[in-house]
Design a protein around this ligand. Structure first.
Ligand code: ATP
Ligand code: MG
Length: 452
C-alpha cells in the first residue's frame, strides 16, 4: 500500500505531467467556434454554465487543425456521467466498466466522457503481458491528457474562449507533421497494443510521420497484438479499412513488419496469390468512395477480400462434377466457416457478403425473364459494383457490367432488343455438359465461364 503510494508520488515528480498547459489562442491555431458542430458547442456551453469544465477533445480538434472535416465529436468534462445525464434530456449513460454519456440531437450523437486518470500499468490490473484490463478512475484534466495516446490527440478546445488547452505540445507536433506518443512508447504499446495500429492509421490519414521513438518498437512489439480480443482488433481494422487511406495504411503495416499470423485480416489481404489485383482494386475503390463521402459497407469489402478463395473452391467443386449452383453455395459456406470466426466477422456482415456473391452467377443469364428479376433485387446495385470490380481486375470481360448498366437504365423496347442480341454467356464445355443433362437442370449459371 505504502509502496504503491510512494511510487505514485514519485511518478508524478518524475513524470512531465504538465499541470501548466499551454493556452493556444485562436490567432495561432485558427479554429473558430463556428467550425464546431452546433450540438457539440451546445453540450460544452450547457456544462460550463452549470459550473463544469467542458471541452471538445481528441480527433475532432486534431482533424480541424489539419483541415479534415471531423467524423464525430467527443467532449471531455469535469462533470460525472450522472451530472451530464441530468443536464440533457436526450442522453443516456452507456458502458459498465467506464461510464460515458451519449447526448443525442437530431442525427448527431456527442460522446461525453468524464476526465479520467491515466493508469500506468504498474498500478492497474493487467494481463501477463502488461496489457491494461481496467482503466476506470476519474481524474483531473491534466491526468486525462496524459492517459491519451498521442500528443495531437490530447488537445482540448474550448468553444467559449476559442482557446486550445495543450498539455503535451500537440499543436507544435501537428505543425511539424509528427505523430508523437505521450510517455514512453514501449510502455504505452504494452498497456494497449492497439495503439500500434492507431499510430499507422492516424499517420497515414493525416500525413504525419510517426516519431522514430514510437515507430521503431512496432516491429518487435507487434506480436503483442495476439493478446488483444478479436472483436477489438476487428473494430480497429474496420476503422483502418474505412479511413479513406486503407491502401496507404496496409502498405505501411507491411513495412512495419506486421508479419504472418498477427492479424488474420491482414493475412487475407496481403497473402492473395490469386486475387491480389482484385483485392487492391477493391481497396482503392473503397478509399475513393470514403473520400467522396459515398456509402461503403463492410459486407461489400469482405466479399471482395474473400472472393478469390470462393472462386477457387467453386471451380474445384465443379471439376469434381458438382452442379454449379449448389457448388457455389457450398464454396461460400466453406470459405466463410473457415474465415468468419477467425476474422470476427459478425453474422449480419456474413449475410451481406453472401447476398453479393450469390447474385454473381445471375449476371450470366441474359435471356427470358431473369434479367428483369435481377435488376429489381434490392442488392442489385452492390452486386453490380462487385461485378464491375471483377471486370476491372480482368476476371471477366468489361462488356458484361457495361451490358447490365445499359439494361438497367433502358426502356422496355430497348431491353427486349438487348435480350435478343445478347451473346450466349456459356463456355463450350458448359454447353456440352448442359446438353447431356436433363432439361430441368439447364438453367444453372456460368459466372466464371469468362474467366477461362
Ligand atoms: P478517429 O475518430 O479519427 O478514429 P480519434 O483519435 O478521435 O480518431 P477515437 O477512437 O474516437 O479516435 O478516440 C478519441 C480519443 O480518445 C483519441 O483522440 C485519444 O485521445 C483517445 N484514445 C482513443 N483510443 C486510445 C487508446 N487506445 N489509448 C489512449 N487514448 C486513446
Ligand atoms: Mg473520434
Amino acid at each position: 500500500m505504502i509502496r504503491k503510494l510512494l511510487r505514485k508520488v514519485f511518478r508524478r515528480a518524475a513524470d512531465p505531467v504538465n499541470n501548466e498547459p499551454a493556452l493556444v489562442p485562436v490567432e495561432q491555431h485558427g479554429i473558430r467556434r463556428e467550425q464546431i458542430s452546433p450540438v457539440a458547442r451546445k453540450v460544452c456551453t450547457v456544462l460550463q454554465e452549470n459550473g463544469h469544465k467542458a471541452f471538445v477533445v481528441g480527433g475532432a480538434v486534431r482533424d480541424l487543425l489539419v483541415g479534415h472535416p471531423p467524423k464525430d465529436y467527443d467532449v471531455a468534462t469535469s462533470a460525472t456521467p450522472e451530472e451530464v445525464r441530468a443536464l440533457f434530456r436526450r442522453s443516456r449513460i452507456i458502458g459498465r466498466r467506464f461510464k460515458i454519456v451519449h447526448v443525442m440531437s437530431g442525427p448527431e450523437t456527442i460522446e461525453v466522457s468524464t476526465f479520467r486518470a491515466s493508469q500506468a500499468a504498474e498500478n492497474a490490473e493487467t494481463d501477463e503481458h502488461g496489457r491494461v484490463l481496467r482503466d476506470n478512475v476519474f481524474g483531473s484534466q491534466a491526468e486525462d491528457a496524459t492517459r491519451r495516446d498521442f500528443t495531437v490527440n490530447a488537445l482540448y478546445y474550448d468553444p467559449t474562449t476559442e482557446q486550445i488547452v495543450d498539455y503535451h505540445h500537440g499543436v507544435a507536433d501537428l505543425k511539424q507533421k509528427t505523430l508523437r506518443m505521450i510517455g514512453d512508447p514501449r510502455t504505452r504499446y504494452r498497456e494497449d497494443p492497439v495503439r500500434m495500429l492507431r499510430a499507422v492509421r492516424l499517420g497515414a490519414k493525416l500525413g504525419l510521420t510517426i516519431d522514430p521513438a514510437a515507430r521503431q518498437p512496432i516491429r518487435e512489439m507487434a506480436v503483442l497484438l495476439e493478446n488483444v480480443p478479436a472483436a477489438r482488433l476487428f473494430d480497429e481494422m474496420l476503422k483502418l479499412l474505412f479511413s479513406g487511406y486503407a491502401v496507404k495504411c496496409l502498405k505501411q503495416l507491411r513495412e512495419e513488419g506486421l508479419h504472418h499470423g498477427l492479424l488474420p485480416l491482414l493475412d487475407v489481404i496481403l497473402e492473395q496469390p490469386l486475387g491480389e489485383r482484385f483485392v487492391w482494386l477493391s481497396l482503392e475503390n473503397t478509399d475513393q468512395r470514403v473520400r467522396q463521402d459515398k456509402p461503403v459497407s463492410p459486407g461489400f469489402l469482405f466479399a471482395t477480400l474473400l472472393w478469390h478463395e470462393v472462386l477457387a473452391n467453386w471451380e474445384a467443386r465443379k471439376r469434381d462434377g458438382e452442379h454449379s449452383q449448389p457448388a457455389l453455395f457450398s464454396a461460400m459456406d466453406e470459405v466463410l466457416d473457415a474465415q468468419a470466426g477467425k476474422l470476427a466477422i459478425t453474422r449480419r456482415i456474413v449475410g451481406d457478403i453472401k447476398e453479393i456473391w450469390a447474385l454473381q452467377p445471375r449476371f450470366d443469364r441474359r435471356s427470358g425473364k431473369m434479367p428483369y428479376r435481377l435488376i429489381e433485387q434490392p442488392r442489385f446495385r452492390a452486386a453490380w459494383d462487385f461485378l464491375r470490380l471483377r471486370a476491372q481486375s480482368g476476371e471477366i470481360p468489361q462488356e458484361l457490367p457495361a451490358w447490365w448498366d445499359e439494361f438497367a437504365h433502358a426502356g422496355h423496347e430497348a431491353r427486349e432488343a438487348m435480350l435478343r442480341a445478347a451473346p450466349e454467356a456459356e463456355s463450350p464445355a458448359r454447353k456440352r455438359r448442359r446438353k447431356r443433362r436433363k432439361p430441368s437442370e439447364s438453367g444453372a449459371d456460368t459466372a466464371t465461364a469468362h474467366a477461362s
